[in-house]
Design a protein around this ligand. Structure first.
Ligand code: S3P
Length: 431
């Protein structure tokens, strides 16, 4: 199994461009696939997760060209033009691919089976199946987990209150609602990423927003539109923390998507005392900015629970920042972290303990006593890309080498992570 060896003494500085946004890349393929016309996607994330979505659409008859690695051309077949795949659709490690596909495929005129890798096959799918069944969908899971068996059938619009703040479930309901009879409304308990709503509008779909409720009328068509995918804030997050810990000169991250439903980590780091500034670069379909980071002294904070959904994927690297902050940092209300690619609370608590950082695992969070740095040691990423990259960042404040196990899945979201990290000044090798 591939691993990283991350040595102490590195820096994080210069100008970097991280790869394209994963959430937006998945959605651009799906909406492009069911649009009328040709969708030209630039800045596409060529990570394994998005390639799973790409292959699934191809298996359902969508022609997709890739003139360059990050340039994808999708020949849309219209909402009713998808065809049954000849075998189960393999979504790899990608929860977004699977849950959004459930909403996309439940109302289609054919049956589908969705499978994935070992991690995805153990993740909860009833959260998406439940509202879709209320719309009339015929979906079976195995004890709540994949394989997901879908018998395509016409759906009715519903009013649904999400029990958990999940953009994947919200998006699945909206994609089903787009194809259902009547109106579908989905209300979220707290704001989550709104890329689906924004992109549907860009494809000419009317979707209204009243407070926490998004509503869509079924039977609308999508018109192809060019999509420029910004750099992924969730990938930029590793370098934001790296820069705060070890930028001897300022670090600049270029053209990052700064949709306010994604930037909770920026607020959290600023509350800790980090010097991070945004330089806005435009706000067409999604807001974009350059992010400038300077090395800063951090102090521990208690994280406000309303910021949790806005920084949900950034907690692994936030915990590294917390370990370097003076005093205690407390995170609660984050039980969703237990059902990501791995149980991220447990994986981070174990890794921090292995590196000598005092912490206390909670059912819904983690408390960390920071300020004493990391010892060298071995941590297990448990095959989770974000855990692996977070401990690579920890090396910037470590007293010895950190060996990080099971890192192959970094390729799901951040191809080229090692090369880019080295170019910024981190001491990291693959082994
Ligand atoms: C995503 C939503 C979030 C996030 C995931 C991507 C999306 O998941 O953690 O990485 O693209 O909609 P949940 O909906 O489970 O919170």
């Amino acid at each position: 199994m591939p691993k990283y060896l991350a040595g102490p003494g590195g820096v994080a500085q210069g100008e970097l461009t991280v790869p394209g946004d994963k959430s937006i890349s998945h959605r651009s393929l799906m909406l492009g696939g069911i649009a009328e016309g040709v969708t030209d996607i630039t800045g596409f994330l060529a990570g394994e997760d998005c390639l799973s979505t790409l292959r699934a659409l191809q298996a359902m008859g969508v022609r997709i060209e890739r003139p360059q690695e990050h340039h994808v051309i999708v020949h849309g077949v219209g909402v009713h033009g998808l065809k049954a795949a000849s075998k189960p659709l393999d979504m790899g490690n990608a929860g977004t691919a699977m849950r959004l596909s459930m909403g996309l495929l439940a109302p289609q005129g054919f049956n589908s089976t969705l499978v994935g890798d070992e991690s995805l096959m153990s993740r909860p799918m009833e959260r998406a199946a439940t509202p879709l069944r209320l719309m009339g969908a015929n979906i079976a899971t195995q004890n709540g987990r994949p394989p997901v068996e879908i018998r395509g059938t016409p759906l009715q619009g519903i009013d649904y209150k999400l029990p958990v703040a999940s953009a994947q479930v919200k998006s699945a309901v909206l994609l089903a609602g787009l194809q259902a009879k009547g109106r579908t409304s989905v209300t979220e308990p707290a704001p989550t990423r709104d890329h689906t709503e924004r992109m549907l509008r860009a494809f000419g779909v009317e979707i209204s927003q009243h407070g926490a409720t998004a509503s869509i009328e079924g039977g609308q068509i999508l018109r192809a539109t060019p999509i420029q995918v910004p750099a992924d804030f969730s990938s930029a997050a590793f370098f934001m923390v790296a820069g705060v810990l070890a930028a001897e000169k300022p670090l600049l991250l270029r053209n990052v998507g700064v949709n306010p439903t994604r930037t909770g980590l920026l607020t959290l780091l600023q509350q800790m005392g980090a010097d991070i500034r945004l330089h806005p670069r435009g706000d067409a379909k999604e807001p974009i900015a350059d992010i400038e980071i300077r090395k800063s002294r951090l102090r521990g904070i208690t994280v406000s629970e309303d910021l949790v959904p806005l920084s949900i994927d950034e907690f692994p690297v936030f915990f590294i920042a917390a370990a370097c902050a003076e005093g205690e940092t407390r995170v609660t209300g984050a039980e969703e972290l237990r059902v990501k690619e791995t149980d991220r609370l447990a994986a981070m608590a174990d890794g921090l303990t292995a590196l000598g950082v005092e912490n206390k695992l909670q059912p819904d969070g983690l408390w960390i006593r920071g300020g004493s740095g990391f010892q060298g040691g071995t941590v297990d990423s448990r095959g989770d890309h974000r855990i692996a990259m977070s401990f690579a960042v920890a090396s910037l404040r470590a007293k010895g080498e950190i060996e990080i196990l099971d890192v192959a899945n970094v390729a799901t979201s951040f191809p080229g992570f090692v090369e880019l990290s080295r170019s910024a000044g981190l001491h990291i090798q693959t082994g």
